[in-house]
Ligand binder design. Structure first.
Ligand SMILES: [Zn+2]
Length: 317
């Protein structure tokens, strides 16, 4: 059990470079009774607001206190089937909903089918709006009422870039948690300390929106188990090339280059981390691949991937 705890990096402390936000959130994970009905995570895109919302929720919902990773709640959370964690869609407008039989992910649905009931697994329920500006005006008014009357077990998180995009009536009911841009050194530290690689060090932010915690886990596991052996490398190459076809849920909006960028970044990081052997030539090959990737050669990705893996296979022997 201890090993599990020690090796599980996904506790609230995994939120780096956001000292102020972390201070607030950590405090709430200790004093859960002090969590206000609404928390507003605000700041630039891609600096970890949604990452924080997931870490925080997992921690609050955990039955053993702090994201133990092994309780029923943590397991359900990791499998994305936790009934007490409600994540609203990010890219759709959120409406108030019909009075009778309201659609899922409307405010009336939330009120009549969720909020009135006690949480089913954990002691709290957390409802996250990844883009609170998507809540339309009528829905917002209804939300105000919910916030006023909310019971102690239901907590809301609004995520926004600009805090001023929210009405003062909403803000006055919330505790605002500020997020800031990450410095290059913090981004480096994040990759070194937790093993989450930030694909683009230069931008000061990384849009985690397209990758959730589950995907990170999967990608990391896949990479770490595959890069030190030529047979496994071959398997990884096939997995990469077939990823889009094998994951129809990614078809909309799937950016193969971004995906390749992320995977190769994880590979660089995993090689770098390995202390048993010097993998600098493999790392060089990966950096070279990333350069080619960013030169925008259309439809050449699969060819470049083949070349890269050919090289990597020859280097692990
Ligand atoms: Zn747990």
């Amino acid at each position: 059990m201890e090993t599990v705890l020690k090796n599980n990096p996904y506790k609230i402390d995994a939120l780096l470079g956001q000292a102020l936000a972390l201070r607030y959130l950590k405090n709430y994970t200790i004093y859960k009774d002090k969590i206000p009905p609404l928390l507003i995570f605000h700041g630039p895109s891609g600096v970890g607001k949604m990452f924080a919302a997931e870490l925080f929720s997992k921690s609050i919902l955990c039955l053993n206190g702090d994201s133990c990773g092994i309780c029923q709640s943590c397991k359900m959370f990791q499998k994305k089937v936790h009934p007490d964690f409600i994540l609203f869609p990010e890219n759709e407008r959120i409406a108030i909903g019909e009075v009778k039989n309201p659609d899922v992910f409307t405010i009336r649905w939330l009120q009549s089918q969720r909020v009135i009931y006690r949480p089913s697994v954990s002691s709290k329920r957390i409802i996250v709006f990844p883009d609170a500006t998507k809540i339309n005006s009528e829905a917002e008014t209804a939300m105000l009422k919910t916030l006023e009357e909310t019971n102690d077990h239901t907590k809301f998180i609004y995520v926004v870039e600009d805090i001023h995009s929210l009405k003062s009536t909403i803000r006055s009911r919330a505790v605002e948690i500020p997020f800031n841009n990450l410095s290059k050194s913090v981004m480096q530290e994040i990759s070194d300390r937790i093993g989450i690689y930030i694909p683009d060090f230069n931008s000061g932010s990384f849009d985690l929106g397209y990758l959730d915690l589950g995907a990170w886990n999967l990608f990391q596991e896949m990479v770490e188990n595959s890069i030190f052996d030529s047979i496994q490398l071959l398997r990884l190459e096939i997995w990469i090339k077939g990823y889009k076809t094998n994951h129809p849920e990614w078809k909309e909006d799937f950016d193969f280059k971004k995906f390749l960028d992320t995977i190769t970044s994880l590979m660089i990081y995993s090689y770098f981390k390995n202390q048993e052997k010097d993998y600098s030539l493999s790392i060089d090959a990966l950096f070279e691949f990333k350069n080619i990737l960013h030169k925008d050669i259309n439809a050449m990705e699969n060819f470049s991937v083949s070349k890269l893996f050919n090289k990597l296979c020859s280097l692990v022997h």
